[in-house]
Design a protein around this ligand. Structure first.
Ligand SMILES: [Zn+2]
Length: 202
């Protein structure tokens, strides 16, 4: 990512220059786990951090992947927990993708989990998570299944690819829909009234 100190905004660095004012973008520094984040020291980091906390406040599903909430990152974890708990969470859902033992994960992420009434799933493999089951559509998939009694399957599930370009091609039908403001699922089967077809003898 690149940061324009003239516009105070973050863009993809592929742009090289700010698409708004044309000034050269600065590469954004990485934010390492530290006890006291002191985010104000670097403006691009504090802006990115602020934007991230806003997204966290609004999210319906929180997928934690590639971040172990180390004890050395206390400031960050406190800010994230307070952003996450600023909204009513009883219908929301947290998934944690991590190879640590489940009881350790539940303990470490407790400030987030108690907000959702411990509505949590732990996976050791990314491919079992809802972000893999419904790429770019996790919320839509989750709502269809849990609130609309839908019983179908996503036709596009994350799998292993040889390259990021191959992955991009695979996701393209979803991106095409998004370009038309259509965020619906692409499914293999779609049953409007699953209760009508449900076998009661099962
Ligand atoms: Zn600019």
């Amino acid at each position: 990512m690149g940061y324009c100190d003239n516009c105070d905004r973050i863009f993809e660095i592929v742009e090289k220059n700010c698409p708004m004012c044309g000034k050269k973008l600065n590469a954004q520094p990485l934010l390492y786990p530290i006890k006291n984040k002191n985010n104000n020291q670097d403006k691009s980091i504090s802006e990115a951090w602020k934007a991230f906390l806003e997204i966290l406040k609004e999210c319906s599903i929180l997928s934690i992947f590639g971040y172990g909430a180390p004890l050395s990152d206390t400031d960050a974890i406190e800010s994230m927990a307070s952003a996450f708990s600023s909204t009513f969470r009883k219908f929301d859902f947290v998934e944690i993708i991590d190879i640590k033992p489940q009881n350790q994960l539940l303990d470490e992420w407790d400030p987030f989990l108690k907000e959702t009434n411990y509505h949590v799933k732990c996976y050791t493999n990314l491919f079992d998570s809802i972000i893999a089951e419904f790429p770019r559509r996790s919320i839509e998939g989750y709502c269809q299944r849990n609130f609309s009694l839908w019983w179908g399957e996503s036709a596009i599930k994350l799998k292993k690819f040889q390259s990021v370009w191959e992955l991009g091609d695979w996701l393209q039908p979803l991106i095409d829909k998004e370009n038309n403001n259509d965020y619906s699922l692409i499914t293999t089967t779609f049953t409007e009234h699953p209760e009508a077809e449900y076998d009661n003898n099962r």
